[in-house]
Design a protein around this ligand. Structure first.
Ligand code: ADP
Length: 171
């Protein structure tokens, strides 16, 4: 089986036209800054409403780090948002497998949904402080290692530095 085609774009993840947009969420699922804030702002209240229902049912204590769950994409040009919680970077503890798990589990949820095109941000590289180059290496490797029916994985990088980091590891 051949893996998904991996593409890179520099831009805003909320502007992508794909089946599923991945959100770098926090475990509360109730919104935050960065990608999370942008997705809820542009996607509108339907996303938060579904997140609240998830908190009231399956994820009463929040979504654990490394796991993923889908909601509607509201007004985004996508069918679903897949929320995943990246690990906070630590100098004392290797949390790489949790970061890889975010990509793996998001693709598993995408497969459950039947999503063929999935846009990812550089999970954990914002507020969670993961060094960009290392995060890019882990992200590309995790996608390559995952057995999935997704056809395109699009990494959407906010700035030139992030784009270059991903380009380096893709080639
Ligand atoms: P985390 O809490 O997982 O670190 P953040 O949302 O703070 O997540 O940041 C993740 C990465 O996404 C950072 O590199 C940040 O620059 C980038 N980013 C922020 N907003 C957007 C956006 N609208 N589209 C794409 N990437 C974004």
């Amino acid at each position: 089986m051949t893996g998904p085609r991996i593409t890179l774009v520099q831009g805003d993840i909320t502007r992508q036209c794909v089946d599923a947009v991945v959100n770098a969420a926090n475990s509360s699922l109730l919104g935050g800054g960065g990608v999370d804030g942008a997705i809820h702002r542009r996607g509108g209240p339907a996303i938060l409403a579904e997140c609240r229902m998830l908190r009231a049912s399956r994820y009463g204590r929040g979504l654990p780090t490394g796991q993923a769950v889908a909601t509607t994409a509201g007004n985004l040009d996508a069918r679903w948002v897949i929320h995943t919680v990246g690990p906070v970077h630590s100098r004392d503890e290797d949390r790489s497998d949790l970061l890889a798990s975010c990509y793996r589990e998001s693709l598993r949820v995408a497969d459950d949904l039947g999503a063929k095109t999935v846009a990812f941000p550089a999970i954990s590289t914002g507020v969670y402080r993961w060094p960009m180059d290392d995060a890019a290496r882990i992200a590309v490797q995790a996608v390559r290692d995952t057995d999935t029916a997704v056809e395109e994985v699009r990494f959407v990088l906010f700035d030139e530095r992030a784009y270059q980091a991903f380009a380096t590891h893709l080639n």
